[in-house]
Ligand binder design. Structure first.
Ligand SMILES: [Zn+2]
Length: 78
């Protein structure tokens, strides 16, 4: 398991997201952003919109996705 923060994935807070793969933490971040926005948190709105834009436009989102995967791969286990 590795840990990335909301911030490392383009969000505004230091919440730790744990997962075995980059996809796991990206999915965790996606639900975290949705939950925060649903609970009325404005700070997470722009990050949530960017995330939504990435799913809509996979080609443009690919650069961000590759970087997230690279950052994840570079993390120590634990
Ligand atoms: Zn956050």
């Amino acid at each position: 398991m590795k840990t990335m923060t909301c911030k490392q994935l383009g969000g505004p807070c230091d919440l730790h997201l744990r997962g075995k793969t980059a996809n796991d933490v990206i999915k965790a971040q996606d639900s975290h952003l949705k939950e925060m926005v649903a609970s009325g948190d404005d700070a997470h709105k722009s990050a949530a919109e960017e995330m939504r834009g990435r799913w809509k436009n996979p080609v443009a989102g690919m650069g961000w996705y590759r970087k997230a995967k690279r950052d994840f791969a570079a993390l120590p286990e634990g």
